[in-house]
Design a protein around this ligand. Sequence first.
Ligand code: FAQ
Length: 328
Amino acid sequence: MYTTELQKVDPQQAPTREPQELVDAFEARVADDAFIEPKDWMPEAYRRTLIRQISQHAHSEIVGMLPEGNWITRAPSLKRKAILLAKVQDEGGHGLYLYSAAETLGASREEMIDALHSGKAKYSTIFNYPTLTWADIGAIGWLVDGAAIMNQVPLQRTSYGPYARAMVRVCKEESFHQRQGYDALLVMAAGTDEQKAMVQDAIDRWWWPAIMMFGPSDDNSPNSAQSIRWRIKRETNDELRQKFIDATVPQVHLLGMEVPDPDLKWNEERGHYDYGAIDWEEFYAVVRGEGPTAKERMEARRKAWDDGAWVREAADAHEARRRIKAAA
Ligand code: FAQ
Protein backbone atom coordinates (compact mmCIF):
# COMPACT_ATOMS: atom_id res chain seq x y z
CA MET A 1 0.00 0.00 0.00
CA TYR A 2 3.08 2.21 0.06
CA THR A 3 2.88 3.46 -3.44
CA THR A 4 5.35 6.25 -4.08
CA GLU A 5 6.91 6.11 -7.50
CA LEU A 6 10.18 5.22 -5.82
CA GLN A 7 8.75 2.21 -4.09
CA LYS A 8 5.95 1.01 -6.34
CA VAL A 9 7.37 -2.05 -8.00
CA ASP A 10 6.20 -4.88 -10.11
CA PRO A 11 8.23 -7.80 -8.75
CA GLN A 12 7.93 -9.51 -12.14
CA GLN A 13 9.89 -6.59 -13.58
CA ALA A 14 12.90 -7.09 -11.31
CA PRO A 15 16.05 -5.64 -12.84
CA THR A 16 17.67 -8.21 -15.10
CA ARG A 17 21.20 -6.92 -14.48
CA GLU A 18 21.43 -8.39 -11.00
CA PRO A 19 24.28 -10.94 -10.87
CA GLN A 20 22.83 -14.40 -11.25
CA GLU A 21 25.11 -15.97 -8.64
CA LEU A 22 23.87 -13.45 -6.03
CA VAL A 23 20.25 -14.03 -7.01
CA ASP A 24 20.77 -17.80 -6.78
CA ALA A 25 22.45 -17.55 -3.38
CA PHE A 26 19.64 -15.32 -2.11
CA GLU A 27 16.93 -17.67 -3.42
CA ALA A 28 18.71 -20.64 -1.84
CA ARG A 29 18.86 -18.91 1.55
CA VAL A 30 15.17 -18.04 1.39
CA ALA A 31 14.30 -21.60 0.35
CA ASP A 32 16.34 -22.80 3.33
CA ASP A 33 14.24 -20.61 5.69
CA ALA A 34 17.28 -18.52 6.65
CA PHE A 35 16.63 -14.89 7.61
CA ILE A 36 17.81 -12.18 5.23
CA GLU A 37 19.54 -9.44 7.24
CA PRO A 38 20.04 -5.72 6.40
CA LYS A 39 23.64 -6.12 5.27
CA ASP A 40 22.92 -9.16 3.09
CA TRP A 41 22.61 -8.77 -0.65
CA MET A 42 18.98 -8.85 -1.78
CA PRO A 43 17.20 -8.27 -5.09
CA GLU A 44 15.96 -4.71 -5.50
CA ALA A 45 12.38 -5.88 -6.03
CA TYR A 46 12.49 -7.82 -2.73
CA ARG A 47 13.76 -4.73 -0.90
CA ARG A 48 11.08 -2.52 -2.40
CA THR A 49 8.30 -5.01 -1.72
CA LEU A 50 9.37 -5.11 1.92
CA ILE A 51 9.49 -1.32 2.21
CA ARG A 52 5.98 -1.16 0.75
CA GLN A 53 4.54 -3.75 3.12
CA ILE A 54 6.43 -2.76 6.29
CA SER A 55 5.79 0.98 5.90
CA GLN A 56 2.11 0.29 5.21
CA HIS A 57 2.03 -1.83 8.32
CA ALA A 58 3.71 0.97 10.34
CA HIS A 59 1.25 3.58 9.05
CA SER A 60 -1.63 1.27 9.99
CA GLU A 61 -0.39 0.99 13.58
CA ILE A 62 0.00 4.75 13.93
CA VAL A 63 -3.29 5.70 12.26
CA GLY A 64 -4.87 2.82 14.19
CA MET A 65 -4.24 4.72 17.43
CA LEU A 66 -6.87 7.30 16.43
CA PRO A 67 -10.21 5.42 16.55
CA GLU A 68 -9.49 4.09 20.06
CA GLY A 69 -7.65 7.21 21.27
CA ASN A 70 -10.96 8.94 20.71
CA TRP A 71 -12.43 6.98 23.65
CA ILE A 72 -9.67 7.33 26.26
CA THR A 73 -11.41 10.26 27.97
CA ARG A 74 -14.75 8.44 27.87
CA ALA A 75 -13.77 4.98 29.14
CA PRO A 76 -16.43 3.75 31.60
CA SER A 77 -14.06 3.06 34.53
CA LEU A 78 -10.51 3.75 35.73
CA LYS A 79 -9.56 0.13 34.98
CA ARG A 80 -10.84 0.29 31.39
CA LYS A 81 -9.14 3.65 30.88
CA ALA A 82 -5.76 2.32 32.11
CA ILE A 83 -6.08 -0.73 29.83
CA LEU A 84 -7.03 1.39 26.81
CA LEU A 85 -4.19 3.85 27.42
CA ALA A 86 -1.70 0.97 27.57
CA LYS A 87 -3.10 -0.57 24.40
CA VAL A 88 -2.99 2.64 22.38
CA GLN A 89 0.59 3.27 23.52
CA ASP A 90 1.51 -0.27 22.46
CA GLU A 91 0.20 0.47 18.95
CA GLY A 92 2.45 3.56 18.82
CA GLY A 93 5.39 1.34 19.81
CA HIS A 94 4.53 -1.14 17.05
CA GLY A 95 4.57 1.68 14.50
CA LEU A 96 8.02 2.72 15.70
CA TYR A 97 9.52 -0.79 15.50
CA LEU A 98 8.12 -1.10 12.01
CA TYR A 99 9.40 2.27 10.78
CA SER A 100 12.81 1.24 12.16
CA ALA A 101 12.61 -2.08 10.33
CA ALA A 102 11.81 -0.26 7.07
CA GLU A 103 14.71 2.14 7.69
CA THR A 104 17.12 -0.82 7.70
CA LEU A 105 16.12 -1.24 4.02
CA GLY A 106 17.12 2.30 3.14
CA ALA A 107 13.78 4.13 3.42
CA SER A 108 14.00 7.33 5.47
CA ARG A 109 11.45 8.13 8.16
CA GLU A 110 10.71 11.53 6.60
CA GLU A 111 10.11 9.97 3.20
CA MET A 112 7.68 7.43 4.66
CA ILE A 113 5.77 9.95 6.78
CA ASP A 114 5.63 12.36 3.88
CA ALA A 115 4.13 9.68 1.65
CA LEU A 116 1.44 8.98 4.26
CA HIS A 117 0.57 12.64 4.70
CA SER A 118 0.46 13.39 1.00
CA GLY A 119 -1.91 10.46 0.43
CA LYS A 120 0.58 8.51 -1.71
CA ALA A 121 0.97 5.84 0.95
CA LYS A 122 -2.01 4.00 2.35
CA TYR A 123 -2.85 2.25 5.60
CA SER A 124 -5.28 -0.51 6.56
CA THR A 125 -8.86 0.10 5.44
CA ILE A 126 -10.15 -0.84 8.89
CA PHE A 127 -9.08 2.45 10.47
CA ASN A 128 -11.35 4.48 8.22
CA TYR A 129 -14.48 3.45 10.12
CA PRO A 130 -15.84 5.47 13.06
CA THR A 131 -16.00 4.35 16.72
CA LEU A 132 -19.55 5.26 17.72
CA THR A 133 -19.98 3.55 21.12
CA TRP A 134 -17.90 1.98 23.88
CA ALA A 135 -18.76 -1.45 22.47
CA ASP A 136 -16.77 -0.46 19.36
CA ILE A 137 -13.65 -0.31 21.53
CA GLY A 138 -14.24 -3.90 22.65
CA ALA A 139 -14.96 -4.91 19.04
CA ILE A 140 -11.71 -3.34 17.79
CA GLY A 141 -9.62 -5.14 20.42
CA TRP A 142 -11.30 -8.47 19.76
CA LEU A 143 -11.93 -8.39 15.99
CA VAL A 144 -9.35 -5.96 14.61
CA ASP A 145 -6.46 -7.04 16.81
CA GLY A 146 -7.70 -10.62 16.34
CA ALA A 147 -7.43 -10.25 12.55
CA ALA A 148 -4.06 -8.52 12.95
CA ILE A 149 -2.74 -11.44 15.04
CA MET A 150 -3.96 -13.99 12.51
CA ASN A 151 -1.98 -12.11 9.85
CA GLN A 152 1.06 -11.36 12.02
CA VAL A 153 1.74 -14.74 13.63
CA PRO A 154 2.99 -16.14 10.29
CA LEU A 155 4.99 -12.92 9.80
CA GLN A 156 7.16 -13.96 12.76
CA ARG A 157 8.66 -16.35 10.18
CA THR A 158 8.81 -13.82 7.37
CA SER A 159 12.12 -13.98 5.50
CA TYR A 160 13.41 -10.52 6.48
CA GLY A 161 15.02 -10.74 9.94
CA PRO A 162 14.21 -7.30 11.41
CA TYR A 163 10.54 -7.58 10.37
CA ALA A 164 10.24 -11.12 11.76
CA ARG A 165 11.80 -10.13 15.09
CA ALA A 166 9.57 -7.04 15.44
CA MET A 167 6.56 -9.31 14.95
CA VAL A 168 7.46 -11.49 17.95
CA ARG A 169 6.91 -8.69 20.43
CA VAL A 170 4.04 -7.18 18.45
CA CYS A 171 2.15 -10.49 18.53
CA LYS A 172 2.55 -10.84 22.28
CA GLU A 173 1.12 -7.37 22.79
CA GLU A 174 -1.68 -7.85 20.25
CA SER A 175 -2.73 -10.96 22.09
CA PHE A 176 -3.29 -8.90 25.27
CA HIS A 177 -5.20 -6.37 23.14
CA GLN A 178 -7.49 -9.03 21.81
CA ARG A 179 -8.22 -10.46 25.25
CA GLN A 180 -9.01 -7.08 26.79
CA GLY A 181 -11.42 -6.33 23.93
CA TYR A 182 -13.23 -9.62 24.26
CA ASP A 183 -13.33 -9.25 28.04
CA ALA A 184 -14.97 -5.81 27.72
CA LEU A 185 -17.63 -7.29 25.43
CA LEU A 186 -18.20 -10.33 27.69
CA VAL A 187 -19.06 -7.92 30.52
CA MET A 188 -21.43 -5.89 28.34
CA ALA A 189 -23.01 -9.01 26.85
CA ALA A 190 -23.97 -10.08 30.39
CA GLY A 191 -25.41 -6.63 31.14
CA THR A 192 -28.64 -4.76 30.37
CA ASP A 193 -30.65 -5.17 27.16
CA GLU A 194 -29.26 -1.84 26.03
CA GLN A 195 -25.68 -3.01 26.55
CA LYS A 196 -26.39 -6.27 24.70
CA ALA A 197 -27.84 -4.28 21.80
CA MET A 198 -24.68 -2.13 21.71
CA VAL A 199 -22.52 -5.27 21.46
CA GLN A 200 -24.59 -6.67 18.59
CA ASP A 201 -24.56 -3.32 16.81
CA ALA A 202 -20.74 -3.12 17.12
CA ILE A 203 -20.39 -6.66 15.71
CA ASP A 204 -22.75 -5.77 12.87
CA ARG A 205 -20.61 -2.77 11.90
CA TRP A 206 -17.12 -4.24 12.45
CA TRP A 207 -17.52 -7.82 11.19
CA TRP A 208 -17.23 -7.19 7.45
CA PRO A 209 -14.53 -4.50 7.66
CA ALA A 210 -12.47 -6.96 9.79
CA ILE A 211 -12.96 -9.69 7.15
CA MET A 212 -11.78 -7.22 4.49
CA MET A 213 -8.59 -6.39 6.43
CA PHE A 214 -6.95 -9.52 4.98
CA GLY A 215 -6.90 -7.85 1.57
CA PRO A 216 -8.29 -8.84 -1.83
CA SER A 217 -9.16 -12.45 -2.61
CA ASP A 218 -6.21 -14.54 -3.80
CA ASP A 219 -7.42 -14.31 -7.41
CA ASN A 220 -7.16 -10.53 -7.23
CA SER A 221 -4.07 -10.14 -5.07
CA PRO A 222 -1.31 -8.96 -7.43
CA ASN A 223 1.49 -9.17 -4.84
CA SER A 224 0.76 -12.51 -3.17
CA ALA A 225 2.40 -15.01 -5.51
CA GLN A 226 5.80 -13.32 -5.47
CA SER A 227 5.63 -12.47 -1.77
CA ILE A 228 4.83 -16.09 -0.95
CA ARG A 229 7.72 -17.24 -3.14
CA TRP A 230 10.10 -14.91 -1.29
CA ARG A 231 8.55 -16.10 2.01
CA ILE A 232 7.63 -12.53 2.92
CA LYS A 233 4.02 -13.72 3.18
CA ARG A 234 3.73 -17.21 4.60
CA GLU A 235 -0.01 -17.66 3.99
CA THR A 236 -2.36 -16.15 1.44
CA ASN A 237 -5.04 -13.53 2.13
CA ASP A 238 -7.89 -16.06 1.73
CA GLU A 239 -6.20 -18.70 3.89
CA LEU A 240 -5.81 -16.23 6.74
CA ARG A 241 -9.34 -14.87 6.27
CA GLN A 242 -10.77 -18.40 6.52
CA LYS A 243 -8.75 -19.14 9.66
CA PHE A 244 -9.99 -15.93 11.25
CA ILE A 245 -13.64 -16.70 10.47
CA ASP A 246 -13.34 -20.28 11.76
CA ALA A 247 -11.76 -19.09 15.02
CA THR A 248 -14.04 -16.12 15.59
CA VAL A 249 -17.55 -17.42 14.86
CA PRO A 250 -17.65 -19.55 18.05
CA GLN A 251 -16.52 -16.49 20.01
CA VAL A 252 -19.47 -14.50 18.64
CA HIS A 253 -21.80 -17.27 19.78
CA LEU A 254 -20.18 -17.41 23.21
CA LEU A 255 -21.14 -13.75 23.59
CA GLY A 256 -24.73 -14.76 22.78
CA MET A 257 -24.56 -12.67 19.58
CA GLU A 258 -25.17 -13.25 15.87
CA VAL A 259 -22.73 -13.05 12.96
CA PRO A 260 -24.14 -10.53 10.45
CA ASP A 261 -23.83 -12.99 7.56
CA PRO A 262 -26.97 -14.91 6.55
CA ASP A 263 -24.85 -17.20 4.33
CA LEU A 264 -22.51 -18.31 7.10
CA LYS A 265 -22.69 -22.08 7.43
CA TRP A 266 -20.40 -24.80 8.77
CA ASN A 267 -19.24 -26.97 5.89
CA GLU A 268 -18.63 -30.47 7.26
CA GLU A 269 -16.80 -31.62 4.16
CA ARG A 270 -14.35 -28.72 4.07
CA GLY A 271 -14.05 -28.51 7.84
CA HIS A 272 -14.51 -24.73 7.56
CA TYR A 273 -17.26 -22.14 7.61
CA ASP A 274 -18.66 -21.09 4.24
CA TYR A 275 -19.31 -17.36 4.26
CA GLY A 276 -21.24 -14.80 2.23
CA ALA A 277 -19.99 -12.52 -0.55
CA ILE A 278 -17.59 -9.76 0.48
CA ASP A 279 -18.49 -6.28 -0.74
CA TRP A 280 -15.31 -5.66 -2.72
CA GLU A 281 -16.64 -2.37 -4.04
CA GLU A 282 -16.68 -1.06 -0.48
CA PHE A 283 -13.17 -2.42 0.11
CA TYR A 284 -11.67 -0.75 -2.95
CA ALA A 285 -13.50 2.51 -2.24
CA VAL A 286 -11.94 2.59 1.25
CA VAL A 287 -8.51 1.69 -0.19
CA ARG A 288 -8.91 4.68 -2.54
CA GLY A 289 -9.34 6.92 0.52
CA GLU A 290 -13.13 7.19 0.39
CA GLY A 291 -13.73 5.62 3.82
CA PRO A 292 -16.14 7.31 6.26
CA THR A 293 -13.39 8.88 8.41
CA ALA A 294 -10.44 8.96 5.97
CA LYS A 295 -10.23 12.76 5.81
CA GLU A 296 -10.46 13.15 9.58
CA ARG A 297 -7.72 10.54 10.13
CA MET A 298 -5.25 12.26 7.80
CA GLU A 299 -5.98 15.69 9.28
CA ALA A 300 -5.29 14.29 12.77
CA ARG A 301 -1.98 12.73 11.65
CA ARG A 302 -0.79 15.88 9.88
CA LYS A 303 -1.66 18.00 12.92
CA ALA A 304 0.18 15.61 15.27
CA TRP A 305 3.25 15.79 13.01
CA ASP A 306 3.17 19.60 12.87
CA ASP A 307 2.58 19.91 16.63
CA GLY A 308 5.59 17.66 17.27
CA ALA A 309 7.97 19.70 15.07
CA TRP A 310 9.56 21.42 18.09
CA VAL A 311 10.50 18.04 19.61
CA ARG A 312 12.28 16.96 16.43
CA GLU A 313 14.04 20.33 16.18
CA ALA A 314 15.14 20.14 19.84
CA ALA A 315 16.45 16.59 19.34
CA ASP A 316 18.40 17.69 16.24
CA ALA A 317 19.87 20.69 18.10
CA HIS A 318 20.86 18.46 21.02
CA GLU A 319 22.53 15.97 18.70
CA ALA A 320 24.39 18.76 16.86
CA ARG A 321 25.74 20.09 20.19
CA ARG A 322 26.70 16.61 21.33
CA ARG A 323 28.72 16.11 18.15
CA ILE A 324 30.48 19.46 18.47
CA LYS A 325 31.39 18.59 22.08
CA ALA A 326 32.55 15.09 21.10
CA ALA A 327 34.70 16.53 18.29
CA ALA A 328 36.25 19.08 20.69
N1 FAQ B 1 -6.22 -1.92 3.44
O1 FAQ B 1 -1.67 -7.88 -3.53
P1 FAQ B 1 -2.24 -7.59 -2.18
C1 FAQ B 1 -3.34 -3.67 13.00
C2 FAQ B 1 -3.76 -3.23 -0.89
S1 FAQ B 1 -2.17 -3.72 11.78
C3 FAQ B 1 -5.69 -1.12 2.47
O2 FAQ B 1 -2.93 -8.69 -1.47
P2 FAQ B 1 -0.13 -7.58 -0.20
C4 FAQ B 1 -2.89 -3.48 14.41
C5 FAQ B 1 -2.30 -3.70 -0.99
O3 FAQ B 1 -1.41 -2.89 -0.27
C6 FAQ B 1 -3.11 -3.82 10.28
N2 FAQ B 1 -5.07 -1.62 1.37
O4 FAQ B 1 -1.11 -6.91 -1.27
C7 FAQ B 1 -3.81 -2.60 15.13
C8 FAQ B 1 -2.06 -3.65 -2.47
O5 FAQ B 1 -1.85 -2.29 -2.89
P3 FAQ B 1 -0.40 -1.74 -3.43
C9 FAQ B 1 -2.22 -3.77 9.10
C10 FAQ B 1 -4.97 -2.95 1.26
O6 FAQ B 1 0.75 -6.52 0.32
C11 FAQ B 1 -5.00 -3.07 15.66
C12 FAQ B 1 -3.40 -4.04 -3.04
O7 FAQ B 1 -4.37 -3.81 -2.01
N3 FAQ B 1 -1.52 -5.03 8.95
O8 FAQ B 1 -4.46 -3.78 12.68
C13 FAQ B 1 -5.50 -3.83 2.23
O9 FAQ B 1 0.52 -8.80 -0.76
C14 FAQ B 1 -5.86 -2.22 16.35
C15 FAQ B 1 -3.39 -5.50 -3.45
O10 FAQ B 1 -3.27 -6.38 -2.30
C16 FAQ B 1 -0.56 -5.19 8.05
O11 FAQ B 1 -0.23 -4.26 7.35
C17 FAQ B 1 -6.16 -3.27 3.35
N4 FAQ B 1 -6.73 -4.02 4.31
O12 FAQ B 1 -1.12 -8.07 0.97
C18 FAQ B 1 -3.48 -1.26 15.30
C19 FAQ B 1 0.11 -6.54 8.00
N5 FAQ B 1 -5.25 -5.09 1.83
O13 FAQ B 1 0.48 -1.58 -2.22
C20 FAQ B 1 -4.33 -0.40 16.01
C21 FAQ B 1 1.21 -6.61 7.00
C22 FAQ B 1 -4.58 -5.01 0.66
O14 FAQ B 1 0.14 -2.79 -4.35
C23 FAQ B 1 -5.54 -0.89 16.53
N6 FAQ B 1 0.74 -6.54 5.64
N7 FAQ B 1 -4.42 -3.72 0.31
O15 FAQ B 1 -0.73 -0.44 -4.07
C24 FAQ B 1 0.30 -7.64 4.95
O16 FAQ B 1 0.25 -8.75 5.45
C25 FAQ B 1 -0.06 -7.44 3.49
O17 FAQ B 1 0.51 -6.23 3.04
C26 FAQ B 1 -1.61 -7.43 3.24
C27 FAQ B 1 -1.84 -7.13 1.74
C28 FAQ B 1 -2.19 -8.79 3.57
C29 FAQ B 1 -2.30 -6.34 4.06
